[in-house]
Design a protein around this ligand. Structure first.
Ligand code: KIV
Length: 285
């Protein structure tokens, strides 16, 4: 049975921490799911860590759907949240509803995530009213990176901290089942976590959030172009992969791979018959 939003909300009441990770493909989703992660995010961070874009802004609905479907096939137990890409929920509520529905109906996700505070509250409410669970996201909202002027910690002044707290309350009231807090000072994240009934999921928001989310490529040491301060590397897979590939190249070049261990044998008598059979002359079958 898949994890439900009720179970995720209950984890906050039971003070049970909620681990969340991103995944973007079948194999990774299967590993993450089997390792016991209850919430998987198909983040639009895939724009950077999978597709090689500079920001999340070029990511399209079709790209997100393609990856969401692969993750859904790989993860049997985790609840899967799909990120709504840039400008797919701002133009009109009806467009937002249509796009959110595609993630559930075509993509197979169980929830969607969208960025923004008060400005998206009505959209959140309407999506939830249609039966689609919504994860909200405030603090650093990478789709607004040009407006924010970079990936800077948000809510550092009393005025901005109050706005974030208010946004968190409004999104909870709009029906979001959880709230991502990205790059928010830890004490502010603690205050927000205590002030709202839905679980907060922090990324660069300190230890007091109800849950934590990380980009899988960051914690596995796969994406090395930029390692955010909030990410801890639990492995260094990029360098392990480079070593493995270099070993393969060296063995192919030196004729040490493949050996018969990685090849398919053939019956000796069949081989002999091939060697003695004259090749058919012209006109013969
Ligand atoms: O796209 C993503 O991976 C995210 C997380 C950083 C929360 O939105």
């Amino acid at each position: 049975m898949r994890v439900t939003i009720t179970e995720i909300k209950e984890m906050k009441q039971k003070k049970e921490k909620i681990p969340m990770l991103t995944a973007y493909d079948y194999v990774t989703a299967k590993i993450v799911d089997e390792a016991g992660v209850p919430l998987i995010l198909v983040g639009d961070s895939l724009g950077m860590v999978i597709l090689g874009y500079e920001t999340t802004i070029p990511v399209t609905m079709e790209e997100m759907l393609h990856h969401t479907k692969a993750v859904v096939r790989g993860a049997r137990r985790a609840l899967i949240v799909a990120d709504m890409p840039f400008m797919t929920y701002h133009i009109s509520v009806s467009e937002a509803l249509r796009n959110a529905a595609r993630f559930i109906q075509e993509g197979g996700a169980q929830a969607v995530k969208l960025e923004g505070g008060k400005i998206v509250a009505e959209t959140v409410k309407r999506i939830v009213d249609c039966g689609i669970p919504v994860m909200a996201h405030i603090g650093v909202t990478p789709q607004s990176i040009y407006q924010l002027g970079g990936y800077k910690v948000q809510g550092k002044t009393p005025e901005l901290a109050k706005i974030l707290l208010k946004d968190a309350r409004i999104l909870g009231e709009a029906g979001a089942f959880s709230l991502v807090l990205e790059c928010v000072p830890a004490p502010l994240a603690r205050v927000i976590t205590q002030a709202i009934n839905i679980p907060t999921i922090g990324i660069g928001a300190g230890p007091d959030c109800d849950g934590q989310v990380q980009v899988i490529s960051d914690i596995l040491g796969l994406f090395t172009e930029f390692v955010p301060k909030h990410a801890k590397q639990y492995a260094k897979l990029a360098s392990e992969m480079k070593t493995a590939v270099a070993n393969y190249v060296a063995e192919v070049k030196s004729h040490t791979f493949p050996t018969m261990e990685h090849s398919f044998p053939m019956d000796e008598s069949l081989l002999k018959s091939l060697e003695t059979t004259p090749s058919p002359s012209k006109g013969e079958d």
